[in-house]
Structure formats: C-alpha cells, structure tokens
Design a protein around this ligand. Sequence first.
Ligand code: GDG
Length: 474
Amino acid sequence: MSRLVVVSNRVGNLSNPAQTGGLAVAISEAIKGRGGIWFGWDGVTDDSGDGTTTVDTVGSVQTILNPMQAVDYEAFYLGFANSVIWPLFHYRADLVRFQQDYYEGYLRVNEQFANALMPHLKSDDLVWIHDYHFMSFGTYLRNLGCDSRIGFFLHIPFPGPDLLAALPNHAGFIEDLLQYDVVGFQTSADVANFKRCVEEFTSAEVDETGLIRFHDRTCVAERFPIGIDVDSFQEMAASKAEAAFIDAFKHNLVADKQMIGVDRLDYSKGIPARFQAFAQMLTRYPEMSKKVSFLQIAPPSRGDIGAYAEIREELERLSGMINGAHADFDWTPIRYIHRSVSRDRLAAMLRASEVGLVTPMRDGMNLVAKEYVAAQDPEDPGVLVLSRFAGAAEEMPEALLVNPFDIDEMAEMYFQALNMPLEERKERHRALFERIRRYDVKAWQESFLEALTSPREWAEKHAVRTADNDSVDP
Ligand code: GDG
C-alpha cells in the first residue's frame, strides 16, 4: 500500500479532543486509522527562525510542521485565503478585500511549502492536499519534478464562472487545479460549477467519462461528500459521565425543550438569522414561552479579520436584545456561549437537544448536521433543521430543509420541529442515520484514495455507476 501524505494549512492536534474546525476533525479521524505523514503550518508566526521544519511522531502518523513568517500570515492567511477566497466561495463578494500583495503572498506560501515538502516525498506516495489555502500547491510540486499521484479536496463550496470571475487570475487557479490527478468536491453542484469554469476559462476538454484533459495531464473531478466517525460520535453522545452532567443541567432549566446550534463563529453559518427566527417564533407562538430554550455554542474563529469581529458584535447585540424582550425571571430564551467546549460534552449536548439548528447561508458540507443525527437516541430522536445551502442538504433530504434567507419560514419550521410526532421523528432519523453511517469519514477517505490510486479506471467505473443511479447516494 502506498504511503499517504496529507497536506493542510494547519496540522490538527491528534491528541486533543477539543479541537474545532471541520477539516482538522475529519483529517485526524481519517489519518489516525491509516497512518502516514501530515504536513502543514505549525500555527505560530516566526520571523526569527531559520525556516526549518519540525518532525514529530504521534502513533503511526509523522507530523511535519513548517513555520510561517508574520508577513506571510498577514498576506496569505488573513489576506488572500480568508479575506478573498473564503468570502467569495461562500457567495459573499461584498466582503472580498483584494490586494495585490495578498495574492503574491498566497503564491509565495504555496511555493515555499511545496519546496519544504518535496525532500520528504517518495515517488509512489499518494499526496492528498486539502482546501482553499493550497489550490496552487500542486503546480509548485509539479514544477519541482514531483511525479507522485497528487489529489486535492476542497472543503468549501466551489462557485460558478460568474462568481469565480471576481477572483483575480481565476483562469490561473483553474489551471492549477488541473495539475492534480483527482480534484474532489463536497457536492454535485460544486463539481458542475468547476466543470463550467473549466469550459469557460481554459482550453481543457472534458471526455464522456468526466476525465478532463489539459495539455499532457488528465484530471478527475468528482464529488466525495465528507462524513464523520458515526460510531464513535454516537458512543460519546451516550457516555454515562456526560449524561449525568446533562441531567443536572436540564434539571435547572425551566424549559422542557432545547434547541441547539454549534458553529465556529463565522458569517457563513447564518447565526444572526437563526437568532431572529427564534425570536420570531416566540412572538408568533407566545405559548412557546418558557417551553423552549435555545443554546448556541460558537467558539471564536479568525478574530483578527474585521468581518469576524463584526459578526461577534452583532450576535452579542442580538442575543441581548432577544433576551431583553422575551426573558422572564426564571427563563432565559437564548444562551450564547462564545467558547469551545470538549467534544464529548458537545456530543452529549446534541443528544439532549430536541432540535438541531444547522442553518448556514452557504457551507461546503457542515459536519454538525451529521453529528447531530449521530448523537440522537434512535428511540426518541430530535429533529434536524437544515439549510438548503449546506452541502449536507444534498445527502440529507429527510431533515426539515429551510431557506435561511426567509426568517418567517424558518420560524414556522422551528415550531413544526418542536411539535413533530414521535413516529415521524423516528422515520426521518432512521433514514438520515443509515446514510451518514454508510458514507462516514472512512468511506470518504477510502473512496478518495481509491480514485487517486488509479484515476482513469476509477472514472470509467464511476461513470457507469452514476448513469445507472440518480439517488442522493454518492
Ligand atoms: C469546513 C467547511 C465542511 C464546533 N464547535 C466546537 C466544536 N466544533 C466542531 C464541530 C464540527 C467542526 O467543529 C465544525 O465543522 P463544520 O463542518 O461544521 O464547519 P467548518 O469548520 O466550517 O469546516 C465545512 C468541513 O470543513 C469538513 O469538510 O463540512 O463545510 O466549512 O466537527 O463539532 N468542537 C468542539 N468544541 C466546540 O466548541 N470540541
């Protein structure tokens, strides 16, 4: 079996159960099973060092950490990655802050990191590069003569040509992505958008099996929806120690039902609209007063970027306003926690909540939607309210799907979710649970690596399978 080399901006902490962020959580779970190398930034800026990498071993995984200078962190990470690509790919062109030095920083870091990885590579390695920070990484590896199989997976949505055109040198980025043997996306809409961009912005040709031919390379672009480790999450959610904590916690609540939201504090996650819909429901159905409380956990994220500081202020203002208008001496409608909680407590909290609110304005997948379903008691499951604009909606049609831009509709759906009869809840949960279990994080990793091991054969086989099957299954 070829060695796996994973590249991502941040290398996750393999022994920290509290780490947040979908990518770190998913890759940790995938790489722990198979072993290999995990290469990326060490998370600190260092202008004094000599730029050498730090190699460490955790179980069967070797981590290789590369330092980054402060100027690169500003231009590459805060700048191009998170103030240009992230907002644009989440359909927030209004938040894009392009500067030429951001773009140069992005390419510089992609090149430096590729240079630092190259000496560690063997030609039969499977190299798997993750996410929007490193779209150009493959081009630099190829320039250095790397002939290994290199795959790329995008965790966030991929926009169509109209929107991508706002990205300076957008054609160059598409050409960079065509340097990979396999380019994976979360949804079929993302794959379709990518292929439209390939057609519009490059001279590449797409053949009948979906293979994209560009100069002397061929690339497979496909959907590989990411999953979670369902069994271990379910086990965590039902742990006795946490259940005792949750019992005590629920005992102190006036309300008999709880709605929950869990998100990195990010404007893409739709938290303000979620709060507003909750207030709307309380106004429209006064009988729900004291019957339900809403717990929002939103650990800090990218606080150095203006748009993130603004969303934080907006949520503090909104939660204060809603509680001011609706609270009573013995009841607080919204509890908003701007801190990270441990993963096992999070799982237990999801289980103890009658409704899970996952309502992003736009999201690559959204693992919390799957975690909420995994955490439920199958005999008395809660209801998932899920945005149509989360990638997860493609695979989870049995959730209550909502349009997060329509606050009235969301308020109605909350009410419906809180009052759904047991039989209907069980039926929806069963269908959702079976699917997330079948396409879990292991299946995601295995199908991507199978495609990367022999892309052409995989594309031919997959083309036949897709033609016979129009279900929501990948
Ligand atoms: C990106 C894409 C895609 C959250 N708060 C706490 C906590 N979390 C964990 C959740 C979940 C993860 O962080 C968040 O994952 P998401 O998928 O919801 O979102 P992003 O971070 O934006 O991830 C996303 C993902 O990559 C994977 O491809 O699904 O679309 O944007 O696991 O549970 N974990 C702990 N404490 C918290 O307070 N321990």
